[in-house]
Design a protein around this ligand. Structure first.
Ligand code: FAD
Length: 402
């Protein structure tokens, strides 16, 4: 087989969309396309906080790759990537290896605990479907255990969330919905379980618009969430977080860390130069010095030249990277000039629970409450539509049309 081989690593937002676009832009005889992913399903990373809280079933957040990508057109390999040997143009997988002519690194993020003592050992992470199912089960177990124990420890029902960024806030918003449900299910007084968020910065959602942050705080606090802002986590033990100068212990039965992410560790293992765990890509999204390797999504450090800082890692950006990358691979195959990546900001909406949200859209218009929550669902459903058309939207969409 003399066709050039394009190997895409990771079937997240960036990897799935790159594969779909390449299927459209290239004729089958022009190149062989291979998609490699750890699991046989793609999942909605942006819904993981809901899976972890238990407000949606994990199956709603995952989609079989074969349902979206025709395996007769794209070779699908379900295996974990261990490293890339660039000099040999070789990807080493857990169970085999594969050569490439063009490579797309789209392996997403990994949780970063910034070396906080005890965090890796004692906290749960919102990382993937499996880790989020574990959080959901653990929380429910605490409620069932509490109900069945004679000597009740109220702290066992406290859920402690480290980090008040986007993920942390979306997660506590879901917990504020879930905890009352669990109280009803296990017949437990709603005043006993606590949801506590700990953030080192003076306020949750650093970098967000002040009015939006104020709205989020009010919504969360009114639903019983305790926000400990300007509070540094010194370490994490089995019992909870040790915080602040006074080394106070906040006890909890469930500890979740959402305070940091970095690029996939495969990048480092493969010898790429890293900026905070990511590859600083060229404007065409290729890794520096590499003719045939693209790095996308949460693995890429993409500079916003106008503001002289990197764009935040988002699904929105990952999907836009995919379009530029597919166009550029086609350009390379056709010996045409490559495109520069230009980010087009469509706004950001953070959910605060099932019916509450806040954020900005397109021209910066601010949205709050139910309209924002509806917009969030439109964004989610739009992605399903782009990925798998009406069929996927009807199967996994968030608004039941009938
Ligand atoms: P991912 O979508 O994470 O995909 C990576 C893929 O690689 C996964 O399928 C994984 O299984 C696979 N993989 C990983 N390691 C290996 C390996 N070694 N071998 C094989 N396969 C591997 N962004 C927004 O724009 N809007 C939002 O509202 C939003 N909300 C979010 C809420 C939460 C709770 C979280 C965690 C993130 C949110 N984000 C949001 C950010 C967004 O989810 C990420 O920026 C986006 O997922 C990045 O896409 P990606 O393709 O780089 O990686």
């Amino acid at each position: 087989n003399s066709k050039p081989k394009i190997v895409i690593l990771g079937a997240g937002y960036a990897g799935m969309m790159t594969t779909k676009k390449l299927m459209k832009r290239l004729q089958p005889e022009e190149a062989e396309i291979v998609l490699i992913n750890k699991h046989n399903y793609h999942y909605q990373t942006t819904w993981l906080h809901e899976v972890a809280a238990g407000t949606i079933n994990h199956n709603q957040a995952r989609i079989m790759i074969r349902d979206i990508i025709n395996p007769n057109r794209v070779r699908l390999i379900y295996d974990a990537v261990v490293e890339v040997k660039r000099e040999e143009q070789l990807v080493v997988l857990e169970n085999s290896e594969i050569k490439y002519d063009y490579l797309v690194m789209a392996l997403g993020f990994e949780t970063n605990t910034f070396g906080i003592k005890g965090m890796d050992e004692n906290a749960f992470f919102i990382q993937d479907i499996d880790s989020c199912q574990l959080i959901r089960e653990h929380i429910e177990y605490q409620f069932a255990q509490y109900k069945n124990s004679e000597q009740k420890d109220d702290h066992s029902l406290t859920i402690l969330v480290g980090g008040g960024g986007f993920t942390g806030v979306e997660f506590i918003g879901e917990l504020a919905e879930r905890v009352p449900q669990l109280c009803r299910k296990y017949d437990i007084d709603r005043n006993i379980p606590k949801i506590i968020n700990v953030e080192a910065s003076p306020s949750i959602l650093p970098g967000f618009d002040e009015e939006l942050v104020a709205y989020a705080k009010k919504s969360l606090q009114e639903r019983g969430v305790e926000l400990k802002q300007g509070t540094k986590i010194q370490s994490c033990t089995k019992e909870g977080f040790i915080v602040g100068e006074g080394h106070e212990l906040i006890k909890a039965g469930t500890i979740v860390w959402t305070g940091g992410v970095t690029g996939n560790s495969v990048l480092g293992k493969s010898g790429f130069d890293l900026t905070k765990g990511k590859v600083t890509v060229n404007s065409d999204l290729r890794a520096p010095g590499e003719e045939n390797i693209f790095v996308l999504g949460d693995c890429a450090w993409v500079m916003n030249e106008a503001e002289n800082r990197p764009y935040p890692p988002t699904a929105q950006a990952a999907m836009q990277h995919a379009t530029t990358c597919a166009n550029n691979i086609r350009a390379l195959l056709h010996h045409e000039p490559l495109q520069k990546f230009v980010f087009s900001d469509k706004g950001t909406v953070a959910s605060l629970g099932v019916t509450d949200a806040m954020g900005t859209i397109l021209d910066g218009t601010k949205l709050y409450g139910k309209p924002a929550a509806a917009m969030k669902k439109v964004v989610d459903n739009r992605y399903l539509f782009l990925l798998g058309g009406l069929h996927l939207f009807l199967k996994k969409g968030k608004v039941r049309p009938f």
